[in-house]
Design a protein around this ligand. Structure first.
Ligand SMILES: [Zn+2]
Ligand SMILES: [Zn+2]
Length: 177
């Protein structure tokens, strides 16, 4: 089961109607120009999905397994090739949220755990400061306020870079299973 969600700053986007406006762009001389608008608004694909992990890693429907489209980093792709070659067992696999403990950036990445001569999990690094990212999860308070939690169930503070508010809210875009 999976979902597509949008997490946004409830202070900067007071009206939900504004959420879906292209307020981050302006057309200047016929070109889209990105404005300096750092209000928190990010969409995430989360969970497993309708394709089983076995098909994602070992599927033969396409020329190459789908996992190679889900992972961008070259070194991880090489590791996956080896794991597949050795018929490594898939223990867990899902789309997740990753958090940088240093600059608090959050991003959407594919987590997986495989077993062959020990346990393998991909290591992701922050695109800004190169710190190792942590796999995190979220919970909802009062049905819409987002509370981020690490694997130890501790709360992680993430706030909007534009206004400093930590009142981050969630909107469902789609469910899939
Ligand atoms: Zn804000
Ligand atoms: Zn960072």
């Amino acid at each position: 089961m999976g979902e597509n969600i949008l997490i946004y700053c409830g202070n900067c986007y007071k009206s939900k109607d504004n959420l879906f406006k292209d307020d981050e762009y302006e057309i200047i001389n016929g070109k889209f120009v990105l404005l300096k608008n750092n209000a928190f608004k990010k969409s995430f694909t989360l969970g497993g999905g309708f394709i089983s992990p076995e098909s994602i890693f070992y599927g033969k429907y396409f020329k190459k397994p789908i996992i190679f489209d889900l992972i961008k980093k070259k070194s991880i792709k090489e590791d996956i090739k080896n794991l597949i070659k050795n018929n490594a067992k898939i223990i867990d696999a899902y789309h997740s949220i990753y958090f940088c403990p240093k600059c608090h950036d959050i991003s959407n990445k594919y987590y997986f755990k495989m077993e062959f001569n020990g346990v393998y999990e991909p290591k992701y690094y922050c695109r800004y400061c190169k710190s190792k990212l942590e796999n995190i999860d979220y919970e909802l308070e009062n049905e819409e306020k987002v509370i981020f939690k690490n694997i130890k169930e501790e709360t992680i503070e993430i706030s909007c870079k534009k206004c400093g508010s930590n009142n981050l809210l969630m909107e469902h875009l789609a469910f899939w299973d």
